[in-house]
Design a binder for this molecule. Structure first.
Ligand code: MN
Length: 242
């Protein structure tokens, strides 16, 4: 039997972690057994959700060496997996970003749709196929949707995200102030965390022979951070550029 790995990019956020866990459940309920593994360190926010509900952390893996096939969730960029995943092994990609490198994965079935989160696409699979989702997976992917869409206020939010979120919350029944706690958890950038978050979440692209990177901080209290630590931010960006 072929060994299947379900994973995301290195140092995944909650969308990647939750998506991989929920999609492995979906596959399993369709008779396909795979292993969820994460590369690097998962984001604080994902840790917060796993800890809050006492869910086990997915095992850490180094690369795809011990697997025959790979499913990638929430990423379709070479640079997020390079050196860790053999591109030929990737048989499926589920992602939601406009700029991507899906063409670099020659054997992958690709699903890229511009919704608020990869988790949304996975929730839709359960609903469309009339497959019951566990409370754990519902909780995780709903958290990912809330996070990626800034609690449905971000510009990336679509009606599809709202529709599946309503369905998922019927199962997950998250507390009312959950979104606030979630954003507080990811807004702690004290000390070294600022550097780690900026560099850890960096997306790099090459367009017209110009290489550029985008870093983003999804936090509450942005004004305060800029006021207090803008020099540090610029220093980090300069370091990264060099
Ligand atoms: Mn995402």
């Amino acid at each position: 039997m072929k060994k299947l790995l379900i994973t995301s990019y290195v140092n995944p956020d909650i969308d990647g972690v939750a998506g991989a866990i929920a999609y492995s459940e979906f596959l399993e309920k369709n008779g396909v057994v795979g292993t969820v593994g994460v590369m690097g360190e998962i984001h604080d926010e994902a840790k917060y959700v796993l800890d809050l509900f006492c869910f086990e952390y997915p095992p850490i893996i180094i690369n795809s060496k011990n697997f025959d096939e790979v499913v990638l969730i929430d990423t379709s960029d070479l640079n997020g997996v390079e050196g860790n995943i053999e591109v030929e092994k990737v048989i499926e990609i589920i992602d939601h970003r406009k700029i991507h490198e899906a063409d670099k994965f020659p054997n992958a079935k690709i699903q890229i749709e511009l919704v608020g989160s990869a988790a949304t696409l996975i929730a839709e699979k359960f609903i469309k196929n009339n497959i019951e989702i566990s409370k754990k997976s519902a909780t995780l992917i709903l958290s990912a949707i809330i996070s990626n869409t800034f609690n449905f206020k971000g510009g990336v939010t679509t009606d599809r995200d709202r529709t599946v979120a309503e369905y998922l919350n019927g199962i997950a029944r998250l507390p009312d102030d959950f979104w606030k706690k979630l954003f507080e958890a990811k807004s702690d950038l004290s000390g070294e965390k600022l550097f780690n978050r900026i560099t850890g979440d960096l997306a790099s692209y090459s367009i017209c022979n110009k290489k550029f990177s985008i870093a983003q901080l999804e936090i509450i209290g942005a004004k305060k951070l800029v006021k207090e630590r803008s020099n540090e931010i610029i220093e980090i960006l300069n370091k990264t550029k060099n």
